[in-house]
Write a new protein. Structure first.
Length: 104
């Protein structure tokens, strides 16, 4: 659905409405500020998303992923490159919480 901007004729305040073109033709809005009539402002920009736009967007997303990727190929939150210098002090507690025991 497109977003249309309505503007007040008296106080120049604006309001955005999500509606179809047919609905905005019949829509009568009252201004919150002064109580005046609001009319649909002319459409200044129009965005059309086609195959070229989507290809450009996916290329940009790929570049962003490559920028934030680590040497392992994962994203910035990856911990596979973290090397512990000593054993995790909570290892036994974690194993117990998950129900693992060292008994066979």
């Amino acid at each position: 659905m497109p977003v249309y901007t309505f503007s007040c004729q008296d106080c120049d305040s604006t309001r955005e409405v999500i509606a179809s073109h047919a609905e905005t033709e019949a829509l009568e809005l009252m201004c919150y500020g002064c109580g005046g009539d609001m009319t649909r402002a002319p459409v200044m920009t129009l965005n059309v998303i086609g195959a070229a736009t989507q290809a450009k967007r996916s290329e940009k997303q790929h570049e962003e992923r490559a920028y934030f990727a680590k040497a392992c190929g994962h994203n910035y939150a990856c911990r596979c490159g973290v090397k512990l210098t000593k054993e995790n002090p909570f290892k036994q507690d974690i194993r117990a919480a998950h129900g693992f025991t060292d008994e066979i």
